[in-house]
Design a protein. Structure first.
Length: 80
């Protein structure tokens, strides 16, 4: 499981930085963060401040924002 998460983080991070396939990649990374939150931190409590999962919850919502907003004008997806 950690190997799959590491691969998603490495490949997804590179793709998001470059701006290739940004929306689907960010959506997959957001889902990976959500699964990681509920598996590692969700069993200790509901709220992130109570169970120590603030950072992974933040990354989950940042990736979800990128997935809905897109990569922007500097991405390789927007090259003509």
């Amino acid at each position: 499981m950690s190997t799959a998460a590491g691969a998603i983080e490495l490949i997804g991070g590179i793709l998001i930085i470059l701006g290739l396939f940004t929306r689907p990649t960010a959506f997959v990374c957001s889902g990976m963060c959500a699964v990681g939150y509920w598996m590692a931190h969700g069993t200790k409590g509901l709220f992130p401040i109570a169970n120590g999962g603030e950072l992974i919850a933040l990354y989950c919502f940042i990736f979800l924002y990128i997935a809905t907003r897109g990569a922007g004008i500097w991405s390789l997806d927007n090259r003509n």
